[in-house]
Design a protein around this ligand. Structure first.
Ligand code: S3P
Length: 449
């Protein structure tokens, strides 16, 4: 579990996956990471007691939970997936005694940078070696325009030091489609004088907008413009966290590439700003059925059934990129199994995720014999088609959870065993991944060293 003083990083977890597995069954993957972070943040700032069900007990969202405990919020975890937050109100957080350690979690760091810029106390945000390489100027620059007093390390990196400041509203045209930047500025806007206006270049996930409204805070959304006025209060609420479509994505791809697979995924969040992976896979010919669609906690949710299909390569529409931004490692595996060429462009943001996901995936695909060409903002993958297979070999995930899980699914179409290195961070977003894939039919052995 993440603690505020954890500095030890482990890189020694190895997945050894034999070929010949399958995917069968009826599963519910863990809770949505984005929604889990936001539930802790808004629940902590609300007046009253918030109950969260389906909370993701992964390292990233637990870092957020620990950070709020470190700022004096009483948060209980009585049962698996249930979290009870005794909100302290908009001005009830207390100065943390030490730097807030946010592990691998970009969402924790960027959203907290906004939220903490408007507090009456100073704070320092730190993270692991991967987070310490990720760009923080994208939030520091607009926050500085709001009057925030933030200091980054040379190169625009964390630790971020925040001193108390009086914030004012801004109008900001975001240079990239980033929900972390948008949400950071919305959380700062709660503490700013006046109405902040944010313009997104393309729609990206809107969980902060939805959850603020669920906590009774007015947010105006007009197309790609979001407006938030400072000085309001949040009313405690209940949050039902759906299963994370980003975690379900590995199973959607796994079942789509594995002849004979038949898998049902329960209670998957289908927020329209997150369904790029389904749109893209269906564009490639995938057999994904939406069994039952309903609304839970202000978010659309559905059960999905996925079976094998012969996939074909496509030019991925650029408007789908922000809607599938975390799913490209899995989608690259699908593209390799498709008939014909798949091209991705307009996806330079992939280079600044937990790893450079274009290069890390390209290296792994290269080890497995998949022809591809790397581009500055994407990749071209030559699929081997319905009768082809991945080779075998050793793949370095570079500590990127989604790379490790994507290549686990590649084993379903491999001609020999795969060894996937540096898998510890799978626990950041998908606790129990190894056990779940084994239960569904993938022969995976996880070991240290
Ligand atoms: C997230 C936004 C996305 C996504 C990340 C979670 C969020 O990041 O990649 O995993 O919860 O707001 P960007 O905003 O950097 O695209």
């Amino acid at each position: 579990m993440a603690t505020s003083d954890s500095t030890q990083e482990q890189h020694d977890l190895v997945y050894r996956v034999a070929p010949g597995g399958s995917l069968q069954g009826d599963v519910r993957v863990p809770g949505d990471k984005s929604i889990s972070h936001r539930a802790i943040m808004l629940g902590s700032l609300a007046d009253g007691v918030t109950q969260v069900d389906g909370f993701l007990e992964g390292e990233d969202s637990l870092c957020t939970l620990q950070a709020f405990r470190d700022m004096g919020v009483h948060i209980e975890r009585p049962d698996s997936g249930r979290v009870v937050i005794r909100g302290v109100g908009m001005h009830g957080l207390r100065a943390p005694a030490q730097p807030l350690y946010l592990g691998n979690s970009g969402t924790s760091m960027r959203l907290l940078a906004g939220l903490l810029s408007g507090q009456a106390f100073g704070s320092v945000l730190t993270g692991d070696s991967s987070l310490s390489k990720r760009p923080m100027k994208r939030v520091a620059e607009p926050l500085a325009r709001m009057g925030a007093n933030l200091t980054l390390q040379p190169g625009g990196l964390c630790p971020i030091r925040i001193e108390p400041a009086k914030l004012r509203a801004i109008e900001y045209r975001m240079p990239m489609a980033s929900a972390q930047v948008k949400s950071c500025l919305m959380l700062a806007a709660l503490y700013a004088e006046g109405e902040t206006t944010l313009v997104e270049p393309a729609p990206c996930r809107d969980h902060t907008e939805r959850m603020l409204q669920g906590f009774g805070y007015p947010v105006v959304v007009e197309g790609n413009i979001v407006r938030v006025r400072g000085g309001g209060t949040l009313r405690a609420s209940t949050v039902d966290v759906p299963a994370d479509i980003s975690s379900a994505a590995f199973f959607l791809v796994g079942a789509s590439i594995c002849p004979g697979a038949d898998l049902t995924l329960r209670h998957v969040g289908l927020n329209p700003t997150r369904i790029g992976v389904i749109n893209i896979l269906q564009g490639m010919g995938a057999d994904i059925q939406v069994l039952r669609q309903y609304i839970a906690g202000g978010e659309p949710v559905a059960d999905l059934r996925v079976r094998y299909a012969d996939l074909r390569g496509i030019a991925i529409p650029e408007d789908q990129v922000p809607l599938a931004i975390d799913e490209f490692p899995a989608l690259f595996v699908a593209a390799a199994c498709a008939e014909g060429v798949t091209t991705l462009s307009g996806a330079e943001e992939l280079r600044v995720k937990e790893s450079d996901r274009i290069q890390t995936m390209a290296d792994g695909l290269g080890v497995l014999g998949v022809a591809h060409e790397v581009k500055p903002d994407g990749i071209v993958i030559e699929g081997f088609g319905a009768t082809g297979r991945f080779g075998s070999g050793s793949i370095d995930s570079h500590g990127d959870h989604r790379i490790a899980m994507a290549f686990t699914m590649a084993s379903l179409r491999a001609s020999g065993p795969l060894t996937i290195l540096d898998c510890n961070n799978v626990a950041t977003s998908f606790p129990g991944f190894a056990e779940l894939v084994k239960r569904c039919g993938i022969p995976l052995a996880a070991s240290h060293g």
